[in-house]
Write a protein that binds this ligand. Structure first.
Ligand code: SF4
Length: 434
């Protein structure tokens, strides 16, 4: 029976929505699916589509449901298996949809190989308690070809409750990979030829809390033992980033001087409504400190625009704050409701038109800040990683376009910044001596 099923459904197409952590989780699923199943890049020629979902806003959920409808309409014979954050938080909606054949919640997603071997017997009834998970799900990732750097998920879950965010209910409490296995993985990635690793997590700053350790202690070990010279942090929380950690990074030869620190708003009233755990003064103290200790650091942030209750004046406060800050780039997100969050119950919603206008204004400011930062390096030489498509990403997060180069992807190179043209940084590789 199982053999028959494997024969019948042996080509799998994978779709991933959302963040880098989800991408990493899909890689894990791929790596544990038995070899009797074959990955197919062509949806139309596949038997099964595994959809690893995100659920960050209602709009994301709707987009996924719309895409599922299209898959079933275009290829009615494909079996759809939905996993990830939407499957964990909103299984009832998926169960009610005729476009969904199988649901595997986030808590059980690494059991997908078993599910695949027993598709006909699989029932969609059980959704487990994600908060019951205590252990970090460790695994040996298959190395992906064609990548300039490796992404290493070292933490999952979040213990906090920002009022706009559903993620803790999709991911559970904070869990971390242990130090030893993490260092082993970095060594393995080095042996595979990677020169840069990005440490990722749902709430990276919580790394180690479940093990009586801290992110700083981990970085100290990495500095000592990692054979890889470029280690990048994905996103960190201002509430949990100590000045001691900045001091350490300022002396480090391995931790890249680029910081993505989620601010979300420049106004204390809104930060309180968001249930963020800091005031804007401490964000300023942190970013100023980074600039003083690490003058070349690139500092970026996320901003939510049009959060319920954000008047035009409050928005302008955020705008002016950013304009005069040490920030070098922004990711701007117009606020979008997610059912089940506290913020979605707030009746003081901002008109979509206003959100669009404010987002546009902030994105223009973001372009300006980025160009100001990049311009400081014209004529200077920086170290970076050669990307595909004739680009180099510097340690301080500048993407430099270079002339056609045969240097292989993923190599460490020196690049001179020549000019900025139409928002593009242009540069040239400095040949290595000897
Ligand atoms: S810190 Fe806040 S925004 Fe980040 S995952 Fe946790 S609850 Fe969500």
């Amino acid at each position: 029976m199982v053999d028959g099923l494997i024969k019948q459904y042996n080509k799998i197409h994978y779709l991933t929505y959302g963040c880098k952590v989800n991408q990493f989780d899909t890689d894990k699923i791929k790596s544990i699916v038995p070899n009797s199943f074959e990955e197919s890049s062509d949806l139309g020629k596949s038997d099964i589509c595994i959809i690893n979902t995100c659920t960050v806003t209602d709009a994301t959920d709707n987009q996924i449901l719309k895409d599922l409808r299209k898959i079933k309409k275009d290829f009615p014979k494909i079996k759809t298996l939905v996993t990830g954050c939407l499957a964990q938080t909103t299984p009832e909606v998926l169960k009610a949809s005729s476009d969904v054949d199988f649901i595997v919640d986030n808590a059980n997603k690494y059991l997908i190989p078993k599910v695949l071997n027993n598709l006909e017997a699989y029932e969609n009834e059980v959704v487990s308690d994600i908060f019951a998970l205590d252990e970090f799900d460790d695994f040996d990732e298959g190395i992906k070809e064609n990548r300039s750097r490796a992404f290493l998920k070292i933490q999952d879950g979040c213990n906090y409750r920002c009022s706009f965010c559903i993620i803790p209910f999709a991911r559970g409490k904070s869990r971390s990979m242990n130090n030893d296995s993490l260092l082993d993985k970095i060594s393995y990635l080095h042996d595979c030829g990677f020169n840069e690793v990005v440490l990722t997590g749902i709430h990276l700053s919580s790394y180690g809390l479940d093990r009586n350790q801290s992110l700083l202690e981990l970085l100290q070990k990495i500095e000592k033992y990692s054979p890889i010279k470029n280690i990048r942090l994905s996103s960190i929380d201002p509430a949990d980033t100590s000045l001691e950690m900045i001091d350490f990074i300022s002396q480090s030869e391995k931790i890249c001087p680029s910081f993505h620190i989620s601010m979300q708003s420049g106004n204390n009233e809104i930060l309180r409504e968001m249930r963020r755990r800091y005031k804007i003064s401490s964000f300023t103290k942190l970013t100023n400190y980074i600039r003083d200790c690490i003058p070349d650091a690139c500092i970026g942030t996320d901003v939510i625009v049009g959060f319920p209750g954000e008047t035009e004046d409050l928005f302008l406060e955020t705008y002016n704050y950013i304009k005069n800050s040490e920030l070098n780039y922004l990711h701007v997100f117009p606020y979008s409701d997610r059912k089940g969050t506290r913020a979605s119950l707030n009746t003081d919603k901002i008109d979509n038109f206003d959100k669009k206008l404010r987002s546009k204004k902030l994105r223009m400011l973001a372009d300006k800040l980025k160009e100001e930062f990049q311009s400081k390096y014209i004529g200077k030489t920086l170290i970076g990683i050669k990307e595909k498509n004739n680009k180099v990403r510097t340690r301080n997060y500048i993407d430099v376009n270079i002339a056609d180069s045969r240097i292989e992807q993923g190599r460490i190179v020196k690049v001179k910044i020549d000019e900025i043209l139409n928002k593009k940084v242009l540069g040239s590789i400095i040949p290595q001596q000897g």
